[in-house]
Design a protein around this ligand. Structure first.
Ligand code: OGA
Ligand code: MN
Length: 275
């Protein structure tokens, strides 16, 4: 495997890897690259649904997303879709997946199945670089803080998606979620310190109301999104992206109205998070 950076701080494009057969030391090297760079893009892959599942099982197991539609034949595979007639996409704001779970998913293997003629890129930002760039005063302020995360306002009955044209496609409107995690975590494998709050699922700091939390929370969210801390995944037929939810946030661009986009996602099981 060889790789080149997609941007200075985040992302890698890897070559010389066949995801249909990768195993052993080569798989360990790919995992380490995903943990470190946050997202790895692989081109010209030919993964069948079965091979997609085998890869995820080899990686370390599968979490089933509560909300996305699942493939009939392969319920391990979630469908991330926007139809030509829909306005709202999935993941169209900065977030990290499953931070509302007690043991959040490690990441995802996302396979492009149907792409619009142009647009539909996915942006990634690096939460290790985001933490490193904070001033010392802010680092001290968040050192021992914990935050509460939930997806109830997003996916529950009456939540954000229910008011959009994605509402009819989603499952789990009765599922309730909530989890507390440190604001600064250590990556379970690399040990790097990472900022672990996000604009979609983080509600408040423990011991503070939402209103009390917002000024610092918004300051952290803004500080993480400098231009030099982002990379852009441009999808082509055969592109697969594998990302780490602890190391990164992502944001799916919704700039292809009138065209369908369908991605197949397997969510990879993660580890309990600690400061
Ligand atoms: C996701 C997601 C991004 C995309 O699958 O978690 O946010 O580009 N998707 O489809
Ligand atoms: Mn997502």
């Amino acid at each position: 495997m060889e790789w080149t950076p997609m941007a200075d701080k985040v992302g890698a494009e890897a070559t010389g890897v066949d995801l249909a057969t990768i195993d052993g030391e080569e798989l360990e090297a790919l995992k380490a690259l995903v943990h470190d760079r946050g997202v790895v893009v692989l081109r010209d892959q030919t993964l069948t649904p079965e091979q997609h599942i085998v890869l995820a099982e080899r990686w370390g197991g599968i979490d089933i997303n509560n909300y996305f539609p699942l493939q009939d034949e392969y319920p391990q595979i979630a469908i991330v879709r926007k139809g030509a007639d829909q306005q709202t996409n999935i993941g169209g704001a900065w977030h990290t997946d499953h931070s509302y779970d007690q043991v959040p998913a490690m990441g995802s293997i996302l396979v492009a199945r149907t792409l619009p003629p142009s647009g539909g890129d996915t942006l990634f930002a690096h939460m290790g670089a985001a933490y490193d760039a904070l001033d010392e005063e802010t680092k001290a302020e968040i050192e021992d803080l914990k935050a509460f995360h939930t997806a109830d306002h997003v996916y529950k009955e009456g939540g954000i998606y229910a008011h959009t044209d994605q509402g009819k496609d989603l499952r789990g409107q009765d599922v309730e979620t909530g989890a507390v995690h440190p604001v600064v975590i250590r990556h379970p494998q690399t040990g790097r310190r990472l900022l672990y709050v996000n604009g979609s699922f983080t509600i408040n700091f423990v011991g503070q109301s939402r209103e009390e939390s917002l000024p610092l929370l918004q300051r952290l969210l803004a500080a993480a999104l400098t231009d030099d801390n982002q990379c852009r995944v441009e999808w082509k037929p055969g592109t697969v992206a594998i990302w780490d939810n602890r190391t990164t946030w992502h944001n799916a661009m919704n700039d292809y109205h009138g065209h369908a986009r369908e991605m197949h996602r397997i969510t990879l099981s993660g580890d309990a998070l600690a400061a």
